[in-house]
Design a protein around this ligand. Structure first.
Ligand code: FES
Length: 174
């Protein structure tokens, strides 16, 4: 029997048919983890940072690359709050729904934010500038109720501070 020399073996190479270069970067991450199914969360993190969100196409690609059932990938994405399947705006507004913020009025703060931005929680403004999300705690409990806009925290909020926050403070992100 004739044995092929190692260099004659075709290496395992994947390419997304779109030719989108972001998939080539994602391929590097998959390679780095040796296409191991246990790397699913790390791969999804990279995919979300590359694409901004996890589209059905990206999830299918990750599932087939890691040889994981697509249902399992959807399960992980819907379990972890930080993953999103919807395109996000340029800036993220995160309202805290932790206990300290909740008892100090977070639900009313959320209502006011929704009114001012014209969107519901989980949505993005029409100009794609802001997305509104909630979190269990943003680590600023002493400032409750608090929200974060990207890395900036706004605390000790009251419902009547929200119009000014949206009409003045948020302008600096535009
Ligand atoms: S509970 Fe709101 S910042 Fe911690």
């Amino acid at each position: 029997m004739k044995v092929q020399p190692p260099e004659a073996v075709t290496p395992f190479v994947r390419h997304h048919p779109s030719g989108d270069e972001r998939f080539a970067v994602l391929d590097k991450t998959l390679e780095q983890y040796d296409y191991h199914p246990d790397s699913l969360i790390q791969v999804l993190h990279m995919a979300q940072s590359l694409f901004g969100y996890l589209s059905a196409d990206v999830l299918r690609y990750v599932a087939s690359s890691l040889k994981i059932p697509i249902a399992q990938v959807y399960g992980v994405v819907s379990f972890y709050h930080l993953f999103t399947m919807l395109p996000r705006g340029k800036h993220q507004i995160m309202i805290c729904r932790g206990t300290a913020c909740h008892v100090r009025g977070a639900p009313v703060i959320l209502e006011r934010l929704e009114e001012q931005l014209g969107i519901k929680e989980g949505e993005t403004t029409k100009d794609n500038l802001f997305s509104l999300y909630s979190a269990r705690c943003i680590g600023a409990c002493s400032l409750a109720p608090a929200i974060a806009v990207d890395e900036d925290v706004y605390g000790k909020l009251t419902p009547d501070k929200i119009p000014k926050l949206c009409q003045k403070e948020l302008k600096k992100y535009v």
